[in-house]
Design a protein around this ligand. Structure first.
Ligand SMILES: Nc1ncnc2c1ncn2[C@@H]1O[C@H](COP(=O)(O)OP(=O)(O)OP(=O)(O)O)[C@@H](O)[C@H]1O
Length: 301
């Protein structure tokens, strides 16, 4: 195992940010921690990177205890915090050299590992980090987190605030890195990124709700999800909010998603009910649930 987390909890005064979390991450796995703002992702990352002490529990990363072996641990992990962590006044090249020096290495020694990523920002190597675009900053931060060839890479919300094209490129880079013998533990609030991970853990209000492969999570989800398109989403939400068989309903893109409280039901009944209430152009369709539907359902319990 590359990461072994056993019953970790952390409170800030009365607020329990992380509650009894236990998780295992295998070697060379691309593991995603998926949850909304305030779920406890950063707190867990900081504990695993030995930057914050847990109130209880233990964790071992790449064979090192996060408390007892923190010095060795830090040499063997890469950590890219959610907030931009580079020196804005240093150039791209200076930032990378700085991180290499801290870890007693140099850019040449591990260039192979960062080549594919660094090559994209190398033309701007004399530019100050503060003047880079969001996507470029992210590539520089990743290069800096990798420069000492860590065994485990922690990426805390690396794609938050990054445009969709750069987000896609970033995940492609992670897939390539994974093949170079690195375990990747990445967090994201974007549910669509869950499908790109080997396994995921849903986290909400400091608790892990479910851990599995994205496909198994979808396959094992017991409820049926109906996608509803109408010319009045808002009114439909209100009508279904009062409907006796509604289990849940919420806006989803330009449609709304509905789950019924019965085990067996005909989606056309929902269409008829909406039409009886004066809503026009109703289309209902049974769909494969999205990761977000499952997260919403698990968060209700
Ligand atoms: N140093 C701190 N002092 C007090 N409360 C904190 C501290 N750090 C985090 N919290 C609180 O702990 C909870 C979990 O925060 P955390 O940053 O771990 O969540 P997150 O999932 O990373 O979300 P975000 O994307 O908003 O950072 C939040 O309610 C946050 O306000």
């Amino acid at each position: 195992m590359s990461l072994h987390i056993n019953n970790i909890s952390k409170s800030f005064k009365d607020l329990k940010a992380v509650k009894h979390i236990s998780l295992e991450v295998k070697e060379n796995e691309l593991f995603g921690l998926i949850g909304p703002d305030g779920a406890g992702k950063t707190t867990l990352f900081r504990i695993l990177a030995s930057l914050l002490l847990p109130d209880e529990g233990s964790a071992n990363v790449a064979g090192f205890d996060v408390i007892k072996d923190y010095k060795k641990l830090r040499k063997n992990i890469g950590y890219m915090p959610g907030k931009f962590s580079l020196y804005q006044d240093l150039t791209v090249e200076e930032n990378l050299n700085f991180f290499a020096t801290i870890f007693d290495t140099n850019i040449e020694e591990n260039y192979d590992l960062i080549k594919d990523i660094y090559i994209q920002i190398e033309p701007f190597k004399k530019r100050k980090a503060g003047d880079l675009s969001g996507g470029m900053k992210q590539k520089l931060a990743l290069s800096c987190a990798l420069i000492h060839k860590p065994k485990v890479l922690f990426l805390d919300e690396p794609t938050t605030g990054v445009d969709p094209v750069s987000r896609k490129e970033f995940w492609d880079m992670l897939k390539k890195l994974q093949k170079k013998d690195i375990t990747i533990f990445v967090s994201t609030p974007y549910m669509d990124e869950a499908a790109l991970c080997d396994r995921i853990a849903f986290i909400n209000q400091g608790e892990i709700l479910q851990v599995d492969t994205p496909s198994a999570i979808v396959k094992n989800f017991a409820k049926e999800v109906i996608n509803i398109r109408t010319n009045s989403i808002y009114k439909s939400l209100q009508v279904l909010g009062k409907y006796q068989y509604t289990h849940s309903n919420y806006p989803f893109g330009e449609s709304l998603h509905y789950m019924d409280s019965r085990d067996d039901f005909d989606p056309n009944e929902i269409k008829k009910h909406l039409e009886d209430e004066g809503i026009e152009d109703v289309e209902v369709q049974l769909i494969t649930p999205e990761i977000e539907d499952i997260f919403m359902e698990l968060s209700r319990e």
